[in-house]
Design a protein around this ligand. Sequence first.
Ligand code: MN3
Length: 204
Amino acid sequence: MSFKLPKLPYPYDALEPYLDAQTLEIHHSKHHQGYVDKLNTAAEQLPPEWASKSIEDLLTNLNNLPARLRLPVQNAGGGHANHSLFWTLMSPRGGNGPNGELADILAKTFGSVDDFKDRFTESAIALFGSGWTWLTADNEGQLSIINTSNQETPLSQKQIPLLTIDVWEHAYYLKYQNRRPEYIEAFWNIVNWQEVQRRYGEAR
Ligand code: MN3
């Protein structure tokens, strides 16, 4: 069992000027790689019956893992899963959307698409310390905005992630320093709504 750093679906400078190349390169090649390395160290110590499990299987079954490996898998495995997803939810051709069924359900749930973006933005600004803000669906298709701390993932709460933003300082500090709201505002220009819509369709 060995986990690998996924290749980014675009070059490091592709999300400029909203997300700068240096931040993206360090975030992917150092931070994410670090989670992969620590996850592999933990995975080597798992009992053989876990050997062929996916990262999602591990994260949705944390309580069944040997006690001493739960926190390492939650931190490093969550870091690997969260970042792997995050990269796919941004695109140099992003920002256009949402459309269709997802736009309808967002408006129905939150009032309007703009109200959804405001609520998501407020939630990400309000998150204390390091963590992630998410749009999730439950298994009945009900949408929620939730925050998780550190590298915790909604998968552990039986929620299906549709959209997320990393609000750890390492995600934005080089360009935005302490100005997290500016980073979140810029993020809306690179959201890969096609992928969010695909995930919503799959969740239903
Ligand atoms: Mn990160």
